[in-house]
Design a protein around this ligand. Sequence first.
Ligand SMILES: NC(=O)C1=CN([C@@H]2O[C@H](COP(=O)(O)OP(=O)(O)OC[C@H]3O[C@@H](n4cnc5c(N)ncnc54)[C@H](OP(=O)(O)O)[C@@H]3O)[C@@H](O)[C@H]2O)C=CC1
Ligand SMILES: O=C(O)[C@@H]1CCC=N1
Length: 264
Amino acid sequence: MEHLGIIGTGNMGGALAMGAGDLAEVTLYGFDPSSKRLESLRAACGLIPCAHPQEVCQRSTYVLLAVKPHLVPVVLADMREHLGPDICLISIAAGVTMDRLKELTDHVCPVIRVMPNTPALVGQGVFAVCLEDEGLTEANKTFVMNLLGHMGSAYELEERLFDVFTGLVGSGPAYVFHFMEGLIDAGVSLGLGRQQATDMVKGLVTGSATMAATSEMHITQLKEMVTSPGGTTIAGLNELEKRACKHALYKAVKAAHDRSRELG
Ligand SMILES: NC(=O)C1=CN([C@@H]2O[C@H](COP(=O)(O)OP(=O)(O)OC[C@H]3O[C@@H](n4cnc5c(N)ncnc54)[C@H](OP(=O)(O)O)[C@@H]3O)[C@@H](O)[C@H]2O)C=CC1
Ligand SMILES: O=C(O)[C@@H]1CCC=N1
């Protein structure tokens, strides 16, 4: 049985608690300033609330830090005395590097850096995992890859690519929802009811994503399948590219990448 403690059970910490909650071989602990949040996770996934971060450390073999990046130094300073070689620290904070985490923990415990995304909540997260700390055991690596694999797809990734992954995949669900919102508004502008447009766009995105995930065809071929010569789709695509849609996506990912660097 492994003991996984989560410090900060907000959007991402809460999603990961929910994802880990049904693993028989994991007991979950958590601390958050909001006792209401802890109680709702107790009811939803069996998480055991702790009175302070130190208690989480005392009870856990893995401690997952899920507070905002600017709070990482403060929270680790509070926990520092209770960390040691038998606890593996997992940080999901955007931009906070391995070197910084090692420094903030005085090198007393092995550290894993992870970048998740919110579809973890429905078992379809995509995770980058940095396993570059030489102090990690094979058991540490296996546990974390299995834990995250249970909530989606986990990829070991060199730390030098973490800011790219953060800008693309960590932030990515928001781009997809933003795009969906735009399509729904377009449907409403042209006369569909909002609920009708919302249901239709959800079906559109789910169906297209399933095709992309399961088809043998290349993404470009899937796009070509839709695009009849002289037809409706090419008229729509031309409008998108008149507005440099692909370039806008590049600029969005680049800005998120740059912000991830700054947060570190
Ligand atoms: N949201 C996302 O999609 C992703 C987030 N991340 C990373 O996850 C981390 C958390 O982000 P997110 O979940 O969005 O943020 P949230 O604000 O939703 O969650 C952070 C939680 O930490 C709590 N908290 C504040 N201070 C402390 C403390 N001293 N000890 C313990 N808990 C504390 C907050 O409580 P309160 O609200 O009361 O202050 C809140 O519940 C960030 O570092 C972010 O970079 C990474 C990938 C994706
Ligand atoms: O917006 C953020 O900073 C966090 C990190 C990746 C997704 N959300």
